[in-house]
Design a protein around this ligand. Structure first.
Ligand SMILES: [Zn+2]
Length: 478
């Protein structure tokens, strides 16, 4: 979804072809995008994310991200870009760069790092994607594909934009870099953080942590992996670079472990259940005080602007999105889109709440889709529920979608309404101990394996007396 804003902008810039010098490589290369267009695209995409996801309320952590970012970017090959650095309130472990100098790191990433030097490495890496114009290069290539997509633009963006979401993180495909780009960004991140006096011995640790996450069972799509394909042996490459440094290069190098950890103390860990969470197939939203039962066996995700659920045969999908205006207006707006024909519509109530529904056909490239749209009014908000099925899927899934829509109701269970997110809590060790002893003495609400990862440790890693480690407390019990 992050891609939507960019796709629209790029569609307008097709045909502008120029040749520009790459600031990092010094080579002249084909560019379809001027610097001002690059900035405009990045800014639009960035504002979209800020609006949808928002920044964390942790002012100290934000200030740290900005400070490191400004420090590195002001000494980079492109110091005059309107650099911005944001800490998103997102559980995903991720960092990404939009063209023009708009850099994002997530609170999920911060809770997985252990020093300012590690963070500098990540921010430096993202800055590297911008200074070496990687995003722009991949966008230029993507534009060719975009022309085809736009012309054949099927149904509504409502349908298209969530289409691949449950797959392999394909919604971020647009910003995916190549392995060569990753290698170069790693090298730039290393060089930038070294130049700023950071201890680059922390660099391999970052890559180790991120690669361990990919193997974590039950983890969400490993976002960093999906947008930053591993160029292979990235840990060893970083270790080799450290070994090749002249003796004494790191004598007074900064790690800033404690100061960093203090900024993640109390930070929300993982998904924030206040913004909606699943218990089995039931979706509960404490802040908005409603619940909904998605069909059994479907895969579901909760995102800032929608909850999307998809059948295991991929023949049916149900979305819950905020509706505009009254239920009638919201449904009309949806079915008023090109290619949609209403078969039947009417008013109803869903668990006592006023609702409007419409059954429709939608013309898609490969045939007609069947659908149901329902607008429900609850506590001065309109919710739009849209089920879409292939013709074959409709036979099997119409009832499931219907039942799911009809399960929308007020959330009244006090325990669910009062649920609080899990948070990071720092512990200063009273004596030397292994990570394994640590998790036994200071229990967490997440599995031990996860505690090892967020502390950059193995079970057998020994920590001295006075060392500060992270544990995780509270949250929704599984
Ligand atoms: Zn990267």
């Amino acid at each position: 979804m992050r891609t939507t804003a960019i796709m629209m902008t790029t569609a307008l810039t097709i045909g502008v072809v120029g040749c520009a010098t790459n600031p990092v490589t010094g080579r002249r290369e084909l560019s379809l995008i001027s610097e001002s267009q690059e900035i405009q695209m990045g800014r639009e995409a960035s504002q979209g994310d800020l609006k949808r996801v928002g920044e964390t309320n942790r002012v100290d952590a934000q200030a740290m991200v900005r400070r490191i970012g400004q420090q590195i970017s002001s000494k980079s090959e492109r110091p005059n870009l309107p650099w911005e650095f944001h800490l998103l309130d997102d559980a995903a472990v991720n960092a990404f760069a939009y063209p023009g100098g708009f850099i994002f790191v997530t609170r999920g990433l911060l809770t997985h790092l252990n020093s300012e030097a590690e963070l500098a490495e990540v921010i430096g890496h993202e800055i590297g994607h911008v200074t070496a114009k990687h995003t722009v290069a991949s966008m230029s290539k993507q534009q060719v594909a975009q022309i085809g997509l736009a012309a054949g633009s099927v149904l509504s963006p409502q349908v298209a934009k969530y289409g691949d979401l449950l797959g392999t993180g394909a919604s971020l495909l647009f910003l995916k870099f190549g392995r060569d780009d990753e290698t170069q960004a790693d090298a730039l991140g290393f060089r930038y953080s070294l130049a700023q006096g950071y201890d680059v011995r922390e660099a391999p640790k970052v890559f180790k942590t991120l690669s361990r996450l990919a193997g974590e069972s039950g983890a969400r799509i490993p976002e960093w992996q999906s947008t930053h394909p591993d160029p292979g042996n990235r840990v060893q490459v970083a270790e080799k670079k450290v070994a090749a440094l002249p003796p004494g290069s790191l004598t007074n190098a900064k790690v800033n472990r404690e100061a960093f950890l203090k900024t993640v103390d109390g930070m929300v860990f993982g998904e924030n259940p206040r913004l909606g969470y699943f218990k089995g197939t039931r979706f509960l939203h404490p802040d908005l005080r409603f619940q909904l039962d998605f069909p059994n066996g479907w895969k579901s995700v909760n995102m800032p602007e929608a909850v999307v659920s998809q059948s295991s045969d991929n023949a049916a999908q149900l979305q819950l999105i905020p509706g505009q205006g009254t239920p009638t207006q919201a449904v009309q707006q949806f079915v008023g889109q090109q290619g949609i024909t209403v078969r039947q519509s009417g008013q109803t109530t869903i668990n006592g709440l006023p609702a409007v529904f419409a059954q429709f056909d939608a013309q898609a490239q490969d045939g007609t889709l069947k659908g149901i749209a329902a607008g429900v009014q609850y506590q001065n908000t309109t919710y739009l529920l849209v089920g879409i099925m292939s013709a074959v899927g409709a036979v099997q899934h119409t009832n499931a979608i219907d039942n799911a829509i009809r399960s929308f109701r007020a959330l009244t269970d006090a325990a669910s309404l009062n649920v609080q997110p899990a948070v990071v809590q720092l512990v200063t060790l009273p004596e030397t101990m292994t990570a394994q002893t640590f998790v036994q003495r200071y229990p967490s609400s997440v599995p031990a394996a996860q505690i090892y990862v967020i502390n950059g440790a193995e079970a057998t890693t020994s920590f001295p007396r006075g060392a500060i480690l992270k544990r995780v407390i509270g949250g929704v019990s599984p």
